[in-house]
Unconditional design. Structure first.
Length: 436
């Protein structure tokens, strides 16, 4: 073999991995070209799935969106299955597996929206060339389309065929099934053995930000019983303060002891008090009867608690329980907490994965990506895998604003750019950029 032939052979082997002046390999350049050429197909897929109502309680709608994405993943060579949601009273989940070599990557999306069948917000609508409105267009059907688009670009370049990827799209992210441990069993199982996870929520709605930490959330309920009597006798040694004063003491105790702690919030969202109280904790509504001249016998309040770590949760729960237990005379109170969403604390692995995503964005010419404060990141499915994988980022889906409202709007210019960022990140992970 001549020297020229040897050099040519080396270049043919090395070319896919060589960096160009922009910092991208030739493969990574090809991702961008593919994504631009097929952006109309991604937009068509987005419109198709947004037009299908998939409010969490619309089980058939959730399943139909699942069927659409299942067909996309089947065409990419994934082995797909539907996890029946009957055991946790929901539609179910889509799970797709693509065994391969290299790091095991978990990609997370969801199929449901907050807009049920009786919502007035039911269709995809193009506002102009840059924007579109629709139920779930950014939260998070747009993120699901970003995921699919990145995988298609990798397949077109011949990279996907050896990748080790598992996809989970849950059907109840917006209104979790019960029991929660069963509802998230498939997601947690998929995370076991995975090296890293990526969530495709819209996050803060700004492509310059991604999520590396999420506060967990749990619900809490306090019930108080007092001694009923004529109001003129309140505060007597044998009657006490009544249920409403006791509830006021408890809530003010929460405020005095816990308000202002970094990353910790607690909110009493609904409260009833009087002679009789009828409260539905599922619908968070109820009725109450009382009179101004009668000491209240019952009170109930329901709220949420958000924290950044399990330790912060446990400390807050202990403090709240102690406050509830220090009852005023002739009153009694109880507090209970639900299962809730676990926190996703910031880790070194999360920071490393974000640094890789940031570099991919810079090399593509899209600028830096930094971590958003966890105080602006709500609870999400990625939190359930925080104990299973060493690195997670989230909030890298389609960007926009006003999610969870009838003004939910997507910035369609971020569909190709977010897809390119993700394709380059995944390529670098599988080509040796990720060290276990």
């Amino acid at each position: 073999m001549t020297i020229q032939a040897a050099v040519r052979a080396i270049l043919l082997i090395a070319l896919p991995f060589m960096q160009t002046s922009s910092g991208l390999t030739s493969d990574e350049h090809s991702f961008g070209a593919y994504i631009d050429a097929h952006n109309h197909e991604a937009l068509a897929l987005l419109e198709r799935v947004v037009t299908i109502n998939s409010g969490t309680q619309n089980f058939e709608g959730v399943r139909e969106v699942g069927r659409v994405f299942r067909a996309e993943l089947d065409a990419l060579g994934f082995s797909t299955r539907w996890v029946d949601g009957a055991p946790f009273k929901r539609a179910g989940h889509l799970v797709a597996d693509h065994p391969g070599t290299g790091p095991r990557i978990l990609l997370i999306g969801h199929l449901d929206t907050v807009f049920e069948k009786d919502s007035p917000f039911q269709k995809f609508e193009r506002v102009d060339e840059r924007t579109a409105r629709g139920p779930g267009v950014i939260d998070m059907k747009g993120g699901d389309v970003v995921m699919i688009g990145a995988l298609k670009a990798l397949q077109a370049a011949g990279v996907l065929k050896t990748m080790n990827v598992v996809v989970v799209m849950t059907g109840d992210e917006e209104d979790s099934g019960d029991p929660l441990s069963v509802a998230r069993e498939a997601l947690v199982a998929a995370a076991k053995g995975a090296d890293l996870a990526i969530g495709f929520e819209d996050g803060p709605g700004d492509p310059k930000l991604a999520v590396t930490a999420r506060r967990g959330t749990t619900g809490w309920e306090v019930r108080v019983k007092g001694t009923p009597a004529h109001s003129s006798q309140i505060f007597r040694d044998d009657i006490g303060y009544g249920a409403i004063f006791e509830m006021a003491r408890i809530l003010n105790g929460f405020r005095e002891k816990l308000a202002g702690e970094p990353h910790l919030t607690f909110n009493p969202g609904v409260m009833l008090g009087g002679t009789t109280v009828d409260f539905d904790p599922v619908q968070l509504r109820g009725s109450v009867f009382g009179k101004t001249n009668v000491v209240a016998e019952h009170a109930v309040v329901s709220g949420d608690l958000r924290a950044l770590s399990r330790e912060q949760f446990e400390k807050a729960k202990q403090t709240m329980t102690e406050i509830v237990g220090a009852s005023l005379p002739h009153t009694s109170a109880t507090i209970k907490f639900d299962e809730g969403y676990p926190p996703m604390a910031p880790t070194e692995g999360n920071a490393t994965l974000l640094a890789m995503y940031d570099q991919a964005s810079r090399d593509l010419g899209f600028g830096a990506v930094t971590a958003v404060t966890p105080d602006r990141a709500g609870a999400a499915d990625v939190s359930f895998v925080a104990g299973e994988v060493k690195a997670i980022i989230d909030g890298v889906g389609l960007m926009g604003h006003d999610d969870h409202t009838v003004k939910e709007t997507a910035d369609l210019t971020t569909l190709p750019s977010q897809t390119k960022r993700m394709a380059v990140l995944l390529h670098r992970i599988v080509k040796g950029g990720w060290v276990k």
